[in-house]
Design a protein around this ligand. Sequence first.
Ligand code: SAM
Length: 311
Amino acid sequence: MLSSPARMFRRVSFDDAAAFSPWPARIRAGQPWRSGRNAAKVEAEYDSRYQELLDAWEQHKGSTPNLPTSLRGLSFLHKFDQLNWRQIKRHPEIYGDVDPDQTLLSFEDELYIGNAMVAESMFRQLVVQAVARARQIHDFDAVVEIGCGTGYNIINVACQLGLPSYGGDISRHSADFVNKVAQDTGLPIGAEKIDYLSEDFTRLAKGKRWLLISVHALEQSPQMHLDWFRRVIGSANAPVAAVHLEPLHSGDTEFAQQCVTYARINDYNQNFTLALADAEKQGLVKVEEHFPRVIGSTAFNPTSVLRWSAA
Ligand SMILES: C[S@@+](CC[C@H](N)C(=O)[O-])C[C@H]1O[C@@H](n2cnc3c(N)ncnc32)[C@H](O)[C@@H]1O
């Protein structure tokens, strides 16, 4: 029998959470953790993180000779979670001395301690579910993810929903990796190096009717503006709708304020929700649904789910 979330994850107060993570103390102090985030710094940060991906993929292929190619992409994702944790463990100065079995998480504005891998799978499944929900309402033949990183979401969407899924990312290693997986597995995926802030990324959809998605990618740009929506909506082949799974700032609960402080001290995006409200006021987009702070596999950087369509 499956455990209920209440037993799998143990509730903690903000004060008690400090024993499991350095973030409560940093949020309380409110001191900037890093600043001056820009596209060049983000590119350098993710380039160094993704460098190991191609090697890990080759090792994965070598160690799973009997696995059908169709399952190779999905099974690699689990290995990627472990690779990610090794990278986290290498940087206690950022993440603290964390234990994957007892990490600080959040669900709908409450803090919990629980297993990081379980929370990560729930978060990844939320992405697939959000695309499936969008498909019940909108007609599209492809998904485009901006800031696709390791291709985690496009691999999941292509495998689980059978939808061609394309990505764009500022890190060149991201596109190299996704295209290698496509070549080795035959999955209908692909990626290009793009800057979603300054470039027209609608070409990624290859002329299909498409859904735009972003998953913790817009968070990387401290400021987003109305012009971004104008450009996306005004392009020759605009998306039929968009789903953002991002830390979107809204509401005034104590936890919502702690999330704003987290974004500020990390120099993450703080104004996407305002830019979106402007776009809605200008009649460019219509917000269809918004579920705030559903799950935080990083507690104070929780994923909200928001869908808009062209008005
Ligand atoms: C936190 S990661 C998320 C990756 C992926 N969406 C996922 O869910 O695993 C953020 C990604 O956004 C990419 N990124 C940040 N700024 C970008 C930009 N201006 N244009 C394109 N990609 C960008 C980074 O390179 C990185 O891969």
